[in-house]
Design a protein around this ligand. Structure first.
Ligand code: RIB
Length: 310
């Protein structure tokens, strides 16, 4: 286990998943599904993906007043996460995500955030202790937006790098872009943040605008198309690894968590690092579930070396 410390502050959900032939339309019932329950939440998924790369990762989340909470905490610890500062709600249940996954691996998610909504600034305190030894703060958008905005500002005050993944899609205050070191977005999230329709021809211009507004690195995940990276110094495009998708849930989270681990260890983003992160998310889509599909470091390395430059 390395000494770099990533701090992820974000959501935890219990994912109730039905794998079915096709996603239901409004008013339609699709039968013959197969049910599975596993742990998820964008915060927890990203924290776990980073920890599985053997980088010291602390996870702060808010769990509910239900039987899931104790099991989740134990599960996080067993999966190498540092969980000394987990919060518990006394009035809300743990977050629940209802997820439909189609035969070709696409999903659609309905979320009841529950305790995640109580991850507020009032419930997080003692900034000196909270950010002690932290090199990279990782945030997503399944906790209150006000908390995210305040955390980004606090981290900057303390000179801590910030990786922000505005998922599910949200619009952040533009002035915060100057405080974001790594902005990881998919196409929809980029469109929301930039206010522009994105295509392959204007990707560079739109990400360039975000750099001009102060963001230091923009990483755009494009699913099967791969990843585009833009900073003041360079731009890189990498292709995704072609795999048979079973369930794409959590693939973006796996990418973010592994990227966070790579940044904490090496800092500079290269083609190889982006490819390595794509390898981790490629593995994750070949398996069911968000957290059960996150690969270990050994597994990711093996896949990366066997498939890269083939
Ligand atoms: O990004 C995937 C995650 O989104 C799932 O684990 C689910 O909990 C929702 O938060």
């Amino acid at each position: 286990m390395g000494t770099n410390k990533i701090l992820v502050i974000g959501s935890t959900n219990v994912d109730m998943v039905i794998k079915m032939k096709k996603l239901p339309l409004p008013g339609e019932t699709v039968g013959n599904g197969k049910f599975e329950q596993s742990y998820g939440g964008k915060g927890a998924n990203q924290a776990l993906a980073a920890a599985k790369q053997n980088v010291n990762t602390e996870f702060i989340t808010c769990l509910g007043n239900d039987s899931h909470a104790k099991k989740l905490e134990e599960y996080f610890r067993n999966n190498l996460l540092i969980t000394n500062r987990i919060l518990y709600s006394d009035k809300s249940p743990t977050g629940i995500a209802l997820i439909y996954v189609s035969e070709d691996g696409e999903n659609c998610i309905a979320l009841a955030p529950g305790a995640n909504e109580e991850l507020t600034m009032e419930n997080l305190s003692d900034w000196e202790q909270l950010f002690k030894n932290v090199e990279l703060l990782v945030l997503q958008a399944e906790i209150p937006l006000l908390t995210i905005e305040n955390l980004i500002l606090k981290a900057k005050e303390k000179n801590i790098k910030v990786l922000f993944n505005p998922a599910p899609v949200c619009r952040i205050n533009k002035h915060l872009l100057t405080c974001i070191d790594y902005l990881v977005v998919n196409k929809g999230e980029l469109e929301e943040i930039s206010g522009e329709k994105v295509d392959s021809l204007n990707l560079k211009t739109i990400t360039g605008e975000l750099l001009k507004k102060g963001c230091k690195h923009v990483i755009v995940t494009l699913g099967k198309e791969g990843v585009f990276y833009h900073s003041d110094y360079t731009e890189l495009s990498v292709k995704a690894f072609p795999v048979e998708a079973v369930d794409t849930t959590g693939a973006g989270d796996t990418f973010c968590g592994v990227l966070a681990a790579c940044i904490a260890e090496k800092e500079t983003i290269t083609t190889d690092i982006l490819k390595y992160c794509c390898a981790a998310s490629a593995i994750s889509v070949t398996r069911m579930g968000a957290q059960p599909s996150i690969p270990s470091k050994d597994e990711t390395k093996q896949f990366f070396h066997s498939k890269y430059n083939q």
